[in-house]
Design a protein around this ligand. Structure first.
Ligand SMILES: CC(C)(COP(=O)(O)OP(=O)(O)OC[C@H]1O[C@@H](n2cnc3c(N)ncnc32)[C@H](O)[C@@H]1OP(=O)(O)O)[C@@H](O)C(=O)NCCC(=O)NCCS
Length: 291
């Protein structure tokens, strides 16, 4: 028998994290506190009382809703993914969304999504950089100084206003990224010591940084890397990312990974020159509601 339960208690949210970490071992999983503050609708799926999968439904940064049905490999092809998908889509519809998106990482999941009428809207490429023990600090382009958000209270909000909003217009996402300042500070830029801003004559012209992984402190994900339009092509992104790598190597981090949209060849080329290698590809899918 298959049963879906809403995950509410800390213990249930930990089980939700267990499923996510089992299926996406290379990726950071949000903490229970982050899951609570994110306000997602969370489900657990049981098959004959055994934990078999999980699901979540939330607002998408790209507009509309997002849903993630996940089934543990040994429980697949038993209709659990279908039950999760239908419940999550109903929830998104009731929340007022007229489209819903998801991400798939393998051919089977893509077949599942297509069967339910989802179609591809874009792809993300994951690149990974092994961090050595003593990575050098970079030489900075002329006129550039780098500061951290830990040294400058208020900098994280300033990065949103002065850089991120411009970056969202320029990123080749299927629709524009729309996040609030609160989401920026609670989900996107959360590690002040590892958030680096490039300044030119006191003005912010670029940023890069890391997102901490409390489950696996030896690895971290790149936060948004972006350079103000008039400063692009002058080595600022490279210097910021090299600063991030040098900082990571002194803080016990041996792996940095990052996701970039296909179409953003500039960012990927910067990463490749810094020694990042491609590890994974994820396909974004979307469809209209109701299902
Ligand atoms: C995608 C996923 C949720 C499917 O879960 P599931 O419980 O195996 O799916 P269901 O049993 O409900 O499958 C329903 C139908 O989808 C299609 N489908 C599912 N998995 C498939 C596969 N590996 N290959 C081809 N078709 C597949 C089939 O048409 C299947 O019906 P059938 O078994 O009668 O042929 C699961 O593989 C998973 O968790 N993958 C990783 C997370 C993910 O990518 N989620 C998808 C987000 S949209």
């Amino acid at each position: 028998m298959i049963e879906l339960r809403v995950a509410e208690t800390d213990e249930e949210l930990e089980l939700w994290r267990d499923v996510r970490r089992a299926l996406l071992p290379n990726e950071r999983a949000a903490s229970v506190a982050e899951l609570r503050s994110g306000g997602s609708f969370m489900l657990l799926a049981y098959r004959d009382s055994e934990l078999a999968g999980s699901g979540s439904a939330a607002k998408s940064d790209l507009g509309g809703g997002s849903i993630f049905p996940r089934v543990l490999p040994e429980h697949r092809r038993n209709g659990i993914g279908t039950m999760l998908l239908q419940r999550l889509a109903s929830h998104a519809e009731a929340a007022g969304y007229d489209t819903v998106g998801s991400m798939v990482e393998d051919a089977g999941a893509l077949a599942f999504a297509q069967r339910f009428g989802f179609s591809e809207t874009g792809r993300q490429v994951e690149q990974v950089r092994a961090v050595a023990a003593d990575e050098p600090w970079p030489a900075l382009p002329d006129g550039i100084e780098i500061v951290t958000a830990a040294e400058r209270p208020g900098l994280i909000r300033q990065l949103y206003d002065e850089l991120a909003l411009q970056a969202f217009e320029d990123m080749p996402t299927p629709s524009k990224v729309e996040i609030t300042p609160a989401e920026w500070e609670s989900e996107w830029v959360t590690w002040p010591e590892a958030t680096f801003a490039a300044l030119a004559g006191g003005d912010i012209v670029g940023m890069a940084g890391l997102v901490q992984d409390a489950d696996q402190p030896g690895r971290a994900e790149n936060a948004l890397t972006t350079v103000r339009r008039d400063w692009r092509g002058r080595g600022v992104a490279r210097a910021l990312k090299e600063t991030t790598i040098a900082w990571a190597s002194r803080h016990g981090i041996h792996e940095i990974y990052t996701w970039t949209q296909t179409g953003n060849e500039n960012m990927r080329a910067v990463n490749e020159r810094l020694g990042y290698v491609t590890r994974d590809i994820s396909i974004s899918v979307r469809r209209e509601l109701p299902l």
